[in-house]
Design a protein around this ligand. Sequence first.
Ligand code: S3P
Length: 175
Amino acid sequence: MTLKLKRTPGLYLVGFMGCGKSTIGRILADQLGWPFYDIDADIETQEGTPIAQIFDERGEAAFRDLETKMIHKRVKQVQIGIPGVIVLGGGAFVQPRNFELLENNGVTVWLDCPLEIVRRRLGDDATRPLARNPELLAQLYEDRRPLYSRADFRIEIADEEVPAIVNRILDLPIF
Ligand code: S3P
């Protein structure tokens, strides 16, 4: 595993919406002294449009294409040896094409967070189109768990402080 990360220095954080991927990823990158990339934020910057608007105006399939292209862009950097902590939107890792790409280009870490915490954190957040309907959210949560579980590592998230979670990632046998 050490060799794997050394050869392909990409660390990808995956998991459901509201698990704290971006917050955790930013601090992790800072601790490692590595660049930090957030695929959703990169798409919004590139398109000059919020994700919710992309979903509403162009549809989910168009968003998924943008997402895969942005992941490719970041993976290319990893392939030439530039390290990075790369945070993926909640639906990215469950797309087979993205999963295959990441499988071969670094280490994936699933931040596994209970649905109650997800619901509490998301509240009435309208910026996440797939969180608007509570029943759909619960269904997506269940449907995606087996797909997230294909990540190289799983970190269980409870109600704990972000630095403690970051330390648990740093303790993984990959550095
Ligand atoms: C999505 C999660 C969002 C964002 C988009 C779709 C999903 O990212 O990519 O709204 O399919 O779960 P976060 O996981 O950062 O909320």
